[in-house]
Each structure stands twice: as C-alpha cells, then as structure tokens.
Design a protein around this ligand. Sequence first.
Ligand code: PMP
Length: 372
Amino acid sequence: ATKLKDLDASKLSITKATKPKPLSKPEDLVFGKMFTDHMLAIEWDATEGWREPRITPYQNLSLDPATCVFHYAFECFEGMKAYKDKDGKVRLFRPEKNMDRFNKSSARIALPTFNSEALIELISKFAQLESRFIPDQKGYSLYLRPTMIGTQKTLGVGTPQSAMLFVIASPVGPYYPTGFKAVSLEATDYAVRAWPGGVGDKKLGANYAPCIVPQQQAASRGFQQNLWLFGEEEYVTEVGTMNMFAAIKDKKTGQKELVTAPLDGTILEGVTRDSVLQLARERLVPEGWKISERKYTMFELAEASKEGRLIEAFGAGTAAIVSPIRAISWKGDLVDCGLKANEESGEIALRMKDWIEGIQYGEEPHKWSYVT
Ligand code: PMP
C-alpha cells in the first residue's frame, strides 16, 4: 500500500474572492455573525490521505444528506484568535496548543490527524490574507474556527473513510466593550456536562448542544452561565465554556491559594487555563501565592465565602480571557464571590487579563506570541 499523504502546506492554492465584502464598523461586530472573504479547506480520504489545501472564496458546503456528520456527530472544532499588533503584524497565541487539542479531539472520534506545523502555517497564510478584517485596536481580533467533519456518505455506523478540515474566520470585538462586567452563575447539579471515561476533555460539537437547555434554565432564573458540578461531592468543574478559577484563603494558615480543577478527563484543557497557571506560578508564587490544580467542591467555596475567605473567582477562556464572577446560586443560597458592590473584577483576574493581552498583542515579547 502507498503511504498516506500528510498535510502539506507547500501545496496550498489560493483562489481570491472577486467581490470583497464591506467591513463592519468595529463597534458593530457581533461574535460569530460576520465572516471574512475566504475559507481554508482540505479534504482527506482513507486511500490517499490529505489532499492539497485550498483557500477559496467563502462558500456553502454541498453534502449528501446521508453524510455521517449529520447523523453520528463526526465533528470536532477549535477556537483561537489572530491579533494585529501596533506594527500591523498578525499574531497567533500558542497555536500549537490548539493544534494538539484538535488532533486529540479528531483521533477520539476516528477522524484523521494531521501535521500540526503544516496547519499552523496554513492558518497563518489564511489569517494574513484576511488581515484587513482585523481592526488594529486592542481588544479586537479575528476569531478562527478550525473544524473537522466526517464526510462519508453512509448510514452505517463506522470509521469515516473521508473527512474535511476547514477553517473560517470572524472578526470580533472585545468581550467587554465597556470594561469588565462580573457575571452570576447557577451551580448545575441536575445535569452533567462530562464524566470520567467520557469525552468532556475533547472539543466535540456533541458536547455543546446538550448544554444549551441547562443554560436556558439558568438564564430564565437570571444567571448568565452554568457552573458545572460533578458527582455527589459536587466538585466544581467548569463554568459555561470556560475553565474555573477561585482564589481562597486557607482556614488555618491564611495561605492564599489560586485553585482550578485538575485535568482528569472531565475538564477541557483550556489554552487560557494553562496560560493562567503558568503566569501564576511565575508571577504570583513570588508574592506568596500557592497555585493548585486539585479537586475542590461547591461546599468548600460556600464555606470560604461565608467565612470571608473567598477572595475572588473567575472563568478563563479564549473569548473573554477572564470573566469575573460575582455570585453563584447553589441550593437556594447565593454564594458571594468576594467582589465589593462597586467592583466588576478582582485583582488577579484583572492582572491576568493585562498580562495575557499584553502578550497576545505583542506588547510584551513572549514565546507564546506567534508572528505569522
Ligand atoms: N471549557 C470549555 C467547555 C470550552 O468550550 C472552552 C473554550 N474552548 C474552554 C473551557 C476554554 O478553553 P480555551 O482557553 O482554550 O479557549
């Protein structure tokens, strides 16, 4: 048998759009609604491997109704951003982390894996081509959505013999255009997002649709997001589509600790989570903080809150970088997360946002910022 071809960035062909789209005013951008002029697409099949990558005008896909993605959810995706620095250069943030996760997600649902460096190179070319869509003000970026689908036409449940990887891009504004707005959460105990042995640590489309009804439920009671708990112990796992962090003072010693749940298979391996942890170990430990990846429960948070030891809490993810939390509704109680009435963010969340944003926009030279 001939060896399957791996993804090869040097084979890229580009067909430019003939009618460039008008640009929206930056302040009118709505997340994920407007797309750029082009898309990147690469087909794969089990006999040949990866075909030549193509950048074409943004267009509809044409798929047979029997295609396996529509029936058995052969779909996984990534979420990452391209930023424009003050010199007009387009930068990615730790793209190799997204590629690693994308490959792991894909492999878990029997879709093909690919050479990460080749896809970073292709995404870089794509982001550069769409550079005019990235407003050059800080806070703005180009959201990139790499997606992989199984394209085999069959209702037989089995390994897809063909697949397609595509990347689309949507210009986005700052998550909090007028500064931070702390959110309130509903601790969800009646529905479970992920479980040991499951696929909660993979970015599969199938993990997201079932979270919308609990999200609607929380919203109907006035809470912006779900806080996903797990098990009888009510371990704190994630918040909406972000990883969760809490800053707590120890009951006996007063030691300040920044805690997040461990990667035990039930937590998405967030790029922002990893970045927050690394920066915290580097910059907060010298200030006396302890940084922990460990299991913690809703009871522990509620007790710390009652005793005035819950310093702050925030979510962490690509969309907002950090999202400060004001309160968590749990068993009919409102657990206060340490913000004063006139405050929208704690100090750690604010500093993390500044640090990470500084790196993303190339203000602080750092190995995490990838110049395309
Ligand atoms: N958890 C879930 C369930 C998510 O969908 C996301 C967004 N990808 C995150 C956490 C945060 O991950 P990241 O920092 O890589 O955006």
